[in-house]
Design a protein around this ligand. Structure first.
Ligand code: CTP
Length: 210
């Protein structure tokens, strides 16, 4: 299959040195890209700012902000049979972007924000026969919110995890996820390495593509 994967956080700059972001390190998305390429899929990886090495055989496109990620995914989607949105896209960006470093004395104590586009929702009309896979990072019981996102974002598969656990979620090599698909019982995976989680997601994706 030709698979488009997003990974890492996005950064929403206020000025050249300051930004809003989140704790994503890209490990889960890069594990997916590595395993997908090793299984013989053609992989394009759209990555936010991360320090991960590009896996062998993967075509990588680097982006910074959510808007840049949307542009890159939109450009690459035409050629893809599946989109896996593993990136932790920042939901908001500063309303104003200064081209020069803001001086402390010129800054307001209240930051004005505006919403970023939701990449999955924006590209829904272009989905066609493609498979869309999402992630849901929640703190606390992830299932109810994950079910809502599965339907609201029109996904074929969603990996939900509780990112408040120390051994799952951001910046660690293991993850504990539940896989949700429309009309299927939730599949609760045990604590696994992110590479093993990636393989379980790819097993499901390959079955959906039959
Ligand atoms: N996502 C996206 N575009 C955004 C935000 C999220 O495409 N602007 C994708 C993520 O990559 C993920 C899924 O939507 O696959 C769910 O992301 P999540 O952050 O859990 O949910 P949100 O829709 O941002 O909702 P909330 O922050 O309210 O939980």
């Amino acid at each position: 299959m030709r698979i488009l994967i997003t990974a890492g956080p996005t950064r929403e700059h206020l000025d050249p040195v300051r930004f809003i972001s989140n704790r994503s390190t890209g490990k889960m998305g890069f594990a997916l890209a590595e395993r997908a390429a090793a299984r013989g899929h053609a992989v394009t990886l759209v990555a936010g700012p991360v320090t991960c090495e590009t896996p062998a055989g993967v075509r990588r496109i680097d982006v910074v902000s959510a808007c840049e990620m949307l542009d890159a995914v939109r450009r690459e989607l035409g050629d893809a049979q599946a989109l896996i949105m593993c990136a932790a896209v920042a939901d908001w960006r500063p309303k104003r972007l200064s081209p020069v470093k803001l001086k402390k004395r010129d800054m307001e104590p209240i930051l004005e924000l505006e919403p970023n586009p939701d990449i999955l929702l924006t590209l829904q009309p272009d989905k066609g026969g493609r498979l869309f896979v999402g992630f849901a990072a929640e703190t606390g019981d992830p299932l109810a919110e994950a079910q809502r996102k599965l339907i609201a974002k029109g996904l074929d598969l969603l990996a939900a995890n509780d990112v408040s656990q120390p051994d799952a979620g951001f910046a660690v090599d293991t993850n504990r996820v539940t896989l949700l698909a429309p009309g299927c019982d939730p599949e609760h995976l045990p604590l696994l390495t992110k590479h093993a989680v990636a393989d379980r997601i790819l097993d499901r994706l390959e079955r959906l593509n039959l």
